[in-house]
Write a protein that binds this ligand. Structure first.
Ligand code: HEM
Length: 402
């Protein structure tokens, strides 16, 4: 039986290393040996699984035949019960909304946050200074993206755990609808206060800009503003936290790479692209609009397709030695940040954030390994990656780097 048949991204088989990487490699090998870059899964009501890079690119570009109205699968629930802002909006509205947020996320604008990011990262590393073991998720993985997202949005960083609970509730609503609804009911009153404050005191950050923006001459409604707030929290918190933990896990298992990056800092940008390719935390979906043929299969209106990005980004037709981590891989045309009109809005932000974090990690904790007595926990779903990781700091080696 094909491995596609029971593919379920919300519950993947984990290998001895605690990750689904071996499963992805097996599915990838099956797909390309049998020349089936797209397969059908019987799980979750049935859906297409896209494994080939070329096919994924074709679908991303074809916004006529493939709608984003279900780019999250299963669907996220939002406090307004609307589809996700930007991510689940099709043209022409998508472009109108995106143009309001685009310049805040430009490389130039994002660079203005660099000093503050260094400061946040330094504080986080100060808080674990001298500790023999570190819980990566708790001390860095969730706190850094929450702090950076708060800076970007112009919202209080100390409320990071509240934002986290909303993002989890939006993502898990298909599992616990009542509980999620209860948690999300707290979002509107919080948000109303925030918006009232931004109306009175513009601060030049994205939420304030959106409050004062005009779309065809009109201000955005409170519902639209809350939808923006929701997608920016989802985008800012989830993927980056998971990828950050994966990077630490990877480096804990690969001393040579860690030492190489410490010595050759100019490899950091290309290695971040390679980490994105290797672990690809996000997995968007589309809905078929019309009968269409792609990758040797016929898709019918209403069917859902899912981009299996960790497999797409190991397509041997595109990537030489796809299972090898190559810090200076070039070209590296991965699709971990999507492609086309819905390409990740936060791509410059996350690149800067990850490079500031990686620099600091190499400086502050030069040698470490995975804690031998603590399990690595991998979380599956709309986004995936390591949610539980402890490392042991190797003090003697650390001293020799100092
Ligand atoms: C490692 C970190 C990240 C990864 C892997 C990632 C991945 C992605 C992917 C694959 C998409 C395309 C979705 C689709 O095609 O349907 C996307 C869209 C998006 N991302 Fe990210 N993302 C990351 C971080 C961020 C950050 C930090 C933000 C900023 C707050 C952000 C905001 C968004 C938004 C708003 C969209 C929707 C764009 C649109 O539909 O026009 N992301 N991201």
């Amino acid at each position: 039986m094909s491995l596609f048949t029971h593919y379920d991204h919300t519950s993947l088989p984990l290998g001895a290393d605690g990750t689904p990487i071996e499963f992805y490699q097996n599915l990838r090998d099956e797909a390309f040996e049998n020349k089936t870059p797209i397969g059908w899964s019987e799980e979750l009501g049935g859906f297409w699984v896209v494994a080939g890079r070329e096919e994924a690119q074709t679908i991303y570009r074809d916004v006529e035949n493939f709608s984003s109205r279900q780019s999250s699968f299963p669907l996220y629930e939002t406090a307004t019960k609307q589809r996700l802002m930007l991510a689940e909006i099709d043209p022409p509205d998508h472009q109108r909304y995106r143009s309001l947020a685009q310049s805040a996320f430009s490389p130039q604008n994002v660079r203005t946050l660099k000093q503050q990011m260094h400061h946040v990262v330094d504080q986080l590393f100060d808080s674990v200074e001298g500790a023999p073991t570190i819980d990566v998720r708790a001390s860095l993985g969730t706190r850094l993206p929450a702090a950076v997202t708060a800076l970007m949005l112009g919202v209080p960083a100390e409320d990071g755990s509240i934002y986290r609970s909303w993002v989890d509730a939006m993502a898990d609503s298909h599992l616990h609808p009542e509980e999620s609804e209860k948690i999300l009911s707290g979002m509107k009153p919080y948000f109303d206060k925030l918006i009232a404050d931004k109306r009175r005191n513009p601060d030049g950050q994205i939420m304030s800009d959106l409050v004062h923006a005009r779309l065809d001459g009109d201000a955005l409604s409170d519902r639209e503003l809350l939808d923006f707030f929701s997608i920016l929290l989802i985008g800012g918190l989830d993927n980056t936290a998971l990828l950050l933990a994966n990077i630490v896990w990877h480096l804990a298992n690969d001393d040579r790479l860690r030492e190489r990056l410490a010595a050759e800092r100019d490899l950091i940008p290309s290695s971040i692209e390679e980490f994105l390719r290797f672990y690809s935390p996000g997995k968007p979906a589309r809905v078929v609009q019309r009968r269409v043929e792609v990758g040797g299969v016929t898709m019918l209106p209403g069917q859902i397709l899912h981009f299996a990005l960790p497999i797409i980004n190991r397509d041997p037709r595109e990537f030489e030695n796809p299972d090898q981590f190559i810090a200076d891989r070039f070209p590296n045309r991965h699709l971990a940040l999507g492609s086309g009109i819905h390409r990740c809005l936060g791509m410059h932000l996350l690149r800067l954030e990850l490079s500031v974090a990686l620099e600091a990690l190499l400086d502050r904790i030069p040698a470490f390994r995975v804690h031998p007595n603590k399990r690595v926990e991998w979380s599956c779903g709309h986004v995936e990656g390591i949610t539980g990781l402890s490392i042991v700091v190797e003090q003697s080696e650390a001293a020799s780097y100092a």
